[in-house]
Ligand binder design. Structure first.
Ligand code: PMP
Length: 410
């Protein structure tokens, strides 16, 4: 008799299981469109020149390995605020801001869920977009079991467009006051479709009216458009409403290529119209530190050193901005190349969504059966939902991918 005999079989995470199948595939033509990490045009992980230079300057062989403070590296936290909100907002709103270094974006998402699970703060519902990043539902299930998970419609499969009408209608009708809502700051994963500025304005009004607690997940700042400020526009717009209280889960995995180092932060902004706001922010800060202490003690050191070095030196920051253009530029070029190949082949259907979507992924619109056929016949791997990572597309394999797609849809 074992206490573990009642364990339910684990649902191995879809993308990771598929990745194992890809590795086991011995066909030389195989293509990996699963990966959520940038690859260069030779399908290799890319060493960002800004990060390489930061590591050189840090002289890592001489650095110590002490604990970080519980809040994280003060230099890193300060720099991450500036990148996210811009210097003007940081200067004006600093008293209302609580920030803590986290175990990357996942850690920030988990910590905000743990924070809201506390009885005296707990919203009735957390509203997640349907679809969303595969891990959001599990994060909320594990960390905030008493907050009810609700889904708002996000995507119109037939039109391959954001379904803004349905989204707003559902939120207007079904959100309760003080509920929490999760929004992707840019480059929505998996659909690659974001609200326009006009639509973001409307959403901000809705959140204000319903007194929603807004959680932005910002995993792709600068990686999507190539420009840090454009990709943070929605967050900064919401901040312009003094009574909207919000959290931002910030990840540096993609934009600094520090995936395995787990570099991120959670920022919380309390009401700027409450005269007691500064005291509330200090209380939030202490509470976050307590919760983080119980979960992981403190975030990892090494990656935040690299990030601080890049963000804290203007010459390295300029190099980083060039790196962001390189990465987003290659992805955009591959979107165009795939789109053009499909058009040239006269592949049935419209493929404009491939170039219109932004960020790492393309929501191709391919059916589960077509995805299966791509894998079995052509050794091309993508998620069953039809989500393809554009990072796996290269100038060498784009024609092969287009011909395979042509075959499965014709
Ligand atoms: N949020 C979204 C929307 C993501 O796509 C990801 C990464 N796939 C994350 C958060 C978390 O990434 P990390 O923990 O590496 O920062």
């Amino acid at each position: 008799q074992s206490r573990f005999s009642t364990l339910r079989p684990a649902q191995t995470d879809g993308p990771f299981a598929l990745d194992a199948a890809f590795r086991a595939d011995t066909d030389p033509r195989k293509v990996n469109l699963i990966i959520g990490a940038y690859r260069d045009d030779r399908e290799e992980p890319w060493h960002l020149p800004s990060v390489t230079e930061a590591k050189r300057r840090l002289k890592v062989e001489h650095s110590h390995h002490e604990y970080l403070p519980l809040q994280g590296s003060p230099k890193f936290v300060e720099a991450s605020r500036r990148v996210l909100f811009g210097p003007a907002i940081v200067q004006q709103q600093q008293p209302f801001l609580a920030s803590i270094q986290t175990v990357s974006g996942t850690g920030a998402n988990s910590l905000v869920a743990v924070f809201l699970e506390q009885e005296h703060l707990r919203p009735t519902n957390i509203w997640l977009p349907n679809p969303t990043w595969i891990n959001h539902a599990d994060i909320w299930k594990v960390n905030a079991p008493n907050v009810k998970m609700q889904w708002y419609p996000y995507y119109d499969d037939a039109k391959r467009e954001l379904d803004f009408g349905a989204m707003v209608e559902t939120l207007q009708r079904d959100c309760q006051e003080h509920d929490a809502i999760l929004l992707h700051a840019c480059a929505h994963n998996p659909t690659g479709r974001d609200p326009s500025q006009r639509q973001w304005r409307e959403l901000a009004q809705l959140c204000l009216k319903k007194r929603l607690f807004v959680i932005f997940d910002s995993a792709y700042q600068g990686f999507a458009s190539g420009d840090l400020d454009s990709d943070a526009w929605a967050i900064r717009h919401f901040v312009s409403y003094p009574s909207i209280e919000l959290a931002v889960c910030q990840s540096f995995s993609k934009n600094l290529g520090l995936y395995g180092e787990r570099v991120g932060a959670l920022h919380m902004m309390v009401s700027r119209s409450n005269p007691n706001g500064a005291n509330l922010a200090a209380a939030v800060q202490d509470n976050l530190i307590d919760l983080q202490r119980a979960c992981v003690s403190m975030a990892p050191l090494f990656g935040s050193r690299i990030a601080s070095e890049v963000l804290g030196n203007s010459d390295l920051e300029e190099m980083w901005k060039a790196d962001l253009s390189t990465m987003s530029g290659r992805i955009k070029a591959m979107r165009s190349a795939l789109h053009d190949e499909l058009l040239q082949l006269r592949t049935p259907g419209s493929w404009d969504h491939i170039t219109e979507q932004t960020g790492m992924f393309s929501y191709t619109g391919l059916s589960k059966e077509q995805v299966e056929e791509l894998q079995l016949k052509h050794h091309i791997y993508l998620l069953p939902t039809g989500r393809a990572s554009m990072c796996g597309v290269t100038s060498a394999n784009v024609s092969y991918i287009a011909r395979a797609i042509h075959e499965v849809v014709s």
